[in-house]
Write a protein that binds this ligand. Sequence first.
Ligand SMILES: [Zn+2]
Length: 415
Amino acid sequence: MNQFTTIFLAALATSLLLRLWLAWRQLSHVGKHREQVPESFASRIPLEDHRKAADYTRVNTRIGMLALVWDSLLLVGWTLGGGLDWLDSVWRGTGYSAVPTGTAVILSAMVIMTLLDLPFSIYHTFVVEERFGFNRSRPSLFITDLLKQGLLLAVIGGPLVALALWIMQASGTLWWLYVWAVWMTFTLVMFWAWPAVIAPLFNKFSPLDDANLKQRIQALMDKCGFRSKGIFVMDGSRRSGHGNAYFTGFGKNKRIVFFDTLLESLEPAEIEAVLAHELGHFRLKHIQKRLLSTMALSLAALAILGWLARQDWFYHGLGVTQPSAWMALLLFMMVLPVFTFILQPLLSLLSRKHEFEADAYAVAQSSGSDLAHALVKMYRENASTLTPDPLYSAWHDSHPPAPVRIERIYATMQT
Ligand SMILES: [Zn+2]
């Protein structure tokens, strides 16, 4: 066996076992705490809701474990099983030149991957979400969403992949630097255009029209020095009962988005506190920091790919007989997560650090107790568990567990 094949299989087995073990820990930890609401939440979360959150978390974790095994099998099928090699030979058979052939291979592989994962998303939306009362999506909407995504892939992804392949072919050994520049330009343009151009294809965004609330929000934004076209309400209730708020875009397109489902359940003071948290992400430059680290990481990744693409063992070790620019890209995209999974706790840690900072900002600018009340409501209504396994949470969670987060908010208020 090729030495790289051995390394790949060992890394895949290690990451799979580690993830299954973490998920198993989560299952048993949440199960063990199912009958007891944590003390600090006992007055606000009924036992029935706590049980629902535990059951919901456990079902999702189990499906996640199944999906993990399925995706690992698929990855082996695509690579060592000869899937990619077969797809490559089909498109090579058409006799087109390199760039169109490579673009077709990459796009069709992405479409097939989506279709192979479809049973999981269908089951999640129409069985699990339905059972727990979150699903508001009809099959027709689900299918329209898929078609729109496919269209976006063709219209935006197609030219981008073709451009990358052309650069790889035409610009010598430093191609990865140029591809990186193109990729970063694309990321910035998308980041800027997303709220105004892409997101409205899937949801309706309307300016917040509650005059009372609007005034309150404007006052807070002035105080925090945030200028933007404002606050938008998204019709999240079209697809699901889950509620959320987020900050997106930059420049003139930056905006704060509230799900209509969240607005329904929060009091004006609580909405203000959640907004202050989102403004914290903006004031503390979390978006820019995240963007910069993404840029640095992609540069490192592409530099590695620049070297890997010239190594025959990289292709042969992963079941591809004929090296090409597009195979290098595809293999890299598919196999990289197996090796970078180990970095996940670090990324989660940084993300949780930003959440604590944004919470502290909200405490200073608005009200800590309103923020805490809003969070409790959000946890309850989203059926998020209050008792995740500490190790699982440290590895995966971008947000701190509710008890830790709320305790920290009250501690910040005392100082
Ligand atoms: Zn946040």
